[in-house]
Ligand binder design. Structure first.
Ligand SMILES: [Zn+2]
Length: 422
């Protein structure tokens, strides 16, 4: 019988010797290893000591898998005796590839952290066969629960967003993000609510020189955010992003669409009711993105409802203003014209949106001079949506901060393949 092929690969841990390799019946690899370093630092006097004093009890540390097999490193840590201190205390050797109390090597902990990106704790527990508590302990050691400002370059744009943690949309946490001049998005904070006082208190924690660098604040139409920003960042321009604006006027038209479809279902003859199926999606899409078949379904629906046709046209017109207006003055002028058309139309679905315009029009129009903010919020919003689904019911803002940090910057910070890894 031919010998099965064998390979040798480096273990990639410095100052380590492999004494023995065992394959258990369960298919796990146990590598018995020993440090080649013959010294440590005395825990009492801090001097380097080299006098051997036996070994500690053996440790079994989970390490990175090899060819899909779980791998454990078995090590008896060396002990050394101090000749300088009075009663010659002994110290166990500290090695930089595992923490003294850990059950895993640092390389494996980092691997688990990367597995947690865009995933859940339970999912990684199941995939990797580690314990829930051990994984949370690793998360706490690797990812801080609040921001260290010193680790960040200057933030020029501040984004204030929110996630509803429970149904009913009353229980919000505020999510603060910052964009640096190089365009990278950083998570700055997760706050337990969206009250003005909470936001002000957080803005006060930003170092003064960092506060001065923030030129733009991008947020939703929410008094708590805008007044906190005006108070603490008086030099910054507040921009209500088009993304937030769009949500309001598009939702208003969506509601009318659902109402009209319900009405038509009762009023139309049976044969024509079939036309109403699968119309909401083409209705929601931008007209430029519709396929021929979708356009046909949409035309049939709009043909049944002149009011909906009108609302749809007004919606697309407003979107076009955000797409094309080249200056704040032009944007404001076109929004005022649009508003007149809405008021003449007799439609009631935009009433709530017009009230928002009364209050926020100027900050909305700041978008026309700060176009870049849109991609900023939309990118984050997708992450928030996914995180919300995964972490539904997670109320601990420190945990949310860790999870969002991982989703936004996890590969950049922790992937062994990423150039900027540390
Ligand atoms: Zn000593």
């Amino acid at each position: 019988m031919p010998k099965p092929p064998f390979i040798s690969i480096p273990l990639d841990i410095a100052d380590l010797r492999v004494l023995q390799t065992d394959l258990t019946q369960a298919g796990e690899l146990i590598l018995t290893v020993e440090s080649t370093l013959e010294h440590t630092t005395c825990h009492r006097c801090g001097r380097t000591i080299t006098e051997p004093h036996g070994t500690d009890k053996p440790r079994l540390l989970r390490h990175l898998p090899i060819l899909g097999r779980p791998v454990y490193l078995r090590i008896r840590p060396k002990r050394f005796r101090c000749p300088f201190c009075d009663d010659h205390p002994t110290t166990t050797q500290h090695l930089d590839w595992y923490d003294p109390q850990a059950l895993h090597t640092k390389a494996y902990e980092r691997h688990l952290i990367v597995q947690l990106i865009n995933s859940t704790v339970s999912d990684v527990v199941a995939k990797e066969d580690v314990s829930y508590d051990a994984l949370l302990g690793i998360l706490d050691r690797w990812v801080a629960t609040t921001l260290e400002w010193t680790t960040l370059p200057a933030i020029t744009t501040l984004g204030i967003d929110e996630i509803a943690l429970t149904k009913g949309h009353r229980n919000f946490v505020a999510v603060l993000t910052g964009r640096t001049a190089d365009g990278l998005l950083h998570l700055l904070a997760v706050l337990p609510d969206r009250l003005k006082a909470t936001v002000v208190a957080w803005l006060q924690t930003i170092p003064t020189d960092r506060r001065a660098c923030i030129t733009t604040v991008c947020c939703d139409m929410w008094e708590g955010y805008s007044s906190a920003a005006q108070e603490m960042l008086p030099h910054a321009t507040i921009v209500i992003d088009r993304f937030h604006v769009a949500r309001h006027y598009r939702d208003a038209v969506d509601d009318l669409c659902k109402h009209e479809v319900r009405r038509l279902r009762q009023e139309l003859p049976q044969a024509e009711r079939e036309d109403l199926k699968r119309t909401l999606w083409p209705f929601r899409k931008r007209s430029a993105d519709l396929t021929d078949a979708e356009q046909e379904r949409l035309d049939t629906l709009l043909g049944h409802s002149p009011a909906l046709q009108l609302a749809y046209t007004l919606r697309e017109e407003l979107t076009a203003i955000f797409d094309t207006a080249g200056s704040k003055a032009a944007g404001l002028r076109r929004i005022r014209c649009w508003r007149q058309r809405v008021e003449r139309s007799g439609l009631t679905c935009f009433e709530g949106f017009l009230r928002l315009l009364d209050t926020w029009q100027d900050m909305i129009a700041n978008y026309f001079t700060h176009h870049e903010t849109s991609a900023f919020v939309e990118g984050l919003n997708n992450k928030l949506k996914v995180l919300k689904r995964r972490c539904y019911g997670l109320r601990n803002v420190g945990r949310l901060f860790q999870r969002l940090t991982l989703d936004l910057a996890g590969y950049r910070r922790f992937s062994p393949w990423s150039a900027g890894s540390h």
